[in-house]
Design a protein around this ligand. Sequence first.
Ligand code: MG
Length: 408
Amino acid sequence: MKILAIYEQTVPLNAPMRNASVAYDTMTASALAVVSDCVMNGEPVVGYAFDSIGRYGKGGLLRDRFIPRLLAASPAALLDQRGLIDPDAAVAALMKNEKDGGHGERPGAVGLIDAALWDLRAKLEARPLWRLLAERAGRPSPQEAQTFDVYGSCGHFRPGRGTAELDGLAREVQAAKAEGFSTIKIKLGGASIDDDLARTRVAIAAAEGARVAVDVNGKLDASIESGWLQAMAQLNVAWVEEPASPLDYHRLSKIAAVTPMPLATGENLFSLDDARNLLRYGGLQPDRDLIQIDISLSYGVAEYLRIVSEFEAAGWSRAAFVPHAGHLFAAQAVAGLGLGMHESASDLSLPFGGLWDGTAIKAGHVAASEAPGVGFELKSSLFQWLKPLVARDRNSAGVSSIIAGTVG
Ligand SMILES: [Mg+2]
């Protein structure tokens, strides 16, 4: 088999919400489609990927560097012994002539291609991706249905709410609880102890017994840190997310040493190099804390498994791995690699919210899709952004296409 064409498009999210670090109204994401020369049911087999949210689209890196490099590689070099696309070999080809270190946004572009190739590979085998990933990680692939744990992510700051903001927060948490989540994460500002306590108390009351986690997105003000940690510890939150700036391991280690609360971080570290520094210098505790490295922002599955192995060698369990992302590829990885939990945006009106259409969440558990591949085709609000990549006049639709090495 060989790759015939790759299409990518930068998609505006237009979501009127923000966290303590970024707003989503001007945020973008990349959508990707890899078209193979294999045909099933009369249609070419296509691998899709959709970005993790929060770091903008990667069109420049994809168009200028990585897609041409993949298409310039010998087709045979991208295949395994069975003649099927081998995502690990493809990532090796993508990283040819790339320097170590200085990872920047590069890992997200590579990870997006890796994700699309895994979708393609699973479709070619007519199997759900989680089964392939289980085998890739050396885990037994059960014959029966696979379930995995999820938590609901909501409670962003929204413009125009004014004094009604806490009521809106409560409604979001209540809706997440009603959807079946047993752990629900909300956003905090990190600038005021009183404001953050008020939000957390409202969320805990609305959660009606579900656990509440809080995320300050690296923006906890150093001047209130000590009082904030002591006050928050009284509320028995499930975890505190990114209490320090992502690369400030020294500050994180000091927080980890003084607070009894579980800490979660890693979503803005994109490589084994950075994850190793977190492991060495972050002061995190294997029996308490959570690692949120984002698989697709971090060079993809192979690099992620290297990260997991490094942590396991230091006494960590896979149950401590709760990848950032909230998208369907990450859900497949959580199910297949046996990770702790999947993050899911609980607002089902968002294209990147929820899981496959109709998925039932029961006490925080979900059954993995049995559809071939990632199952993008079973999430209509998201697939509306992916299907047009290969289904209409690409250039007039603003989609960049690269076919047989020619950029169009
Ligand atoms: Mg976060």
